[in-house]
Design a binder for this molecule. Structure first.
Ligand SMILES: Nc1ncnc2c1ncn2[C@@H]1O[C@H](COP(=O)(O)OP(=O)(O)O)[C@@H](O)[C@H]1O
Ligand SMILES: [Mg+2]
Length: 267
């Protein structure tokens, strides 16, 4: 069954678009899913730019402005997934038509990921109403956490289920908020903890999703999260290996949360 997942935050620069491309590439290549990435950041679209696709002719803006059929705005990327880009030169569209337009092509895909706008208006609402589930991206600082709380509150008001949080750009410094502090404040599980890594920036400079660049901690976290989102095992991880690891060291909080999410997704 197709699943539409919105990646949201009410703050720019936290890593939404990077998460969309990294998860999209992993779902397509590691799990062989049919994946579509959609730019839902209508004011400042840059999803296509992240993967080196410049100046697309037909975009989600044309679709929402009734100037094109949604099928015409779908592009194959060569990275295993398809993308619907946005236009940098367009205004005056109704973002809330997103859900209906996506409904027309949903059946072609296993997973659709929407790269949300951080703007607290119809743009973020469009992602919320078009999504079956949401993931909120945050960083471990008080300023971002305050906006994360607002995003969670809004999603709850809209009754769109939140799978959990991606905690991004972690430096592992004492001054950063702890996982417990963040989970308790948000009353939402942390599903992935991604270090601040040069390899993510390097991947962007090469227009690559980070999971298609070098293997790193964030790459592994994204793969594990992708596996939980679709409730499937990642074949390269042997069950025995992961069990042994569990006995040998304390299991990280996000691992437990991902197992719980995987169980839920299989129900
Ligand atoms: N884990 C990370 N480590 C280092 N840089 C990161 C990480 N995640 C994202 N970035 C960088 O942060 C910047 C903003 O990321 P982006 O995904 O565009 O954020 P958003 O979509 O929330 O505005 C980009 O330059 C991206 O490469
Ligand atoms: Mg973005």
């Amino acid at each position: 069954m197709v699943k539409t997942i919105g990646i949201i935050s009410i703050k720019g620069g936290v890593g939404k678009t990077s998460a969309v491309t990294a998860l999209g590439a992993s779902l397509a290549n590691d799990f062989k899913k049919k994946v579509l990435l959609v730019d839902g950041n209508f004011s400042a679209p840059n999803l296509a730019l992240h993967i080196g696709f410049i100046n697309p002719e037909i975009t989600i803006h044309h679709v929402l402005d009734n100037k094109a059929n949604i099928k015409e705005a779908i592009y194959e990327t060569g990275y295993g997934f398809d993308v619907i880009p946005g236009s940098m030169h367009y205004s005056q569209i109704n973002p809330l038509k997103l859900r209906d337009r996506l409904g027309e092509i949903k059946r072609k895909y296993d997973v659709i990921l929407i790269d949300s706008s951080p703007n607290l208006n119809d743009e973020i609402l469009a992602t919320m109403t078009a999504s079956d589930e949401l993931i909120v991206v945050t960083t471990p600082d008080i300023v971002t956490l305050a906006t994360t709380l607002r995003a969670i509150k809004l999603a709850k008001l809209r009754k769109t289920p939140i799978n959990g949080l991606i905690l991004n750009k972690v430096h592992n410094k004492k001054f950063e908020l702890s996982l417990d502090e963040i989970e308790n404040t948000c009353e939402t599980p942390i599903l992935a903890v991604l270090p601040h890594e040069t390899q993510v920036l390097e991947a962007l400079s090469k227009s690559l999703p980070s999971t298609m660049h070098k293997n790193s901690k964030s790459t592994k976290e994204y793969r594990k999260l992708a596996s939980s989102l679709i409730g499937e095992e990642y074949k390269k991880n042997s069950w025995l290996g992961s069990k042994l690891k569990m006995f040998m060291k304390k299991v990280p909080k996000q691992d437990v949360n991902r197992v719980l999410l995987k169980v839920k997704q299989r129900e």
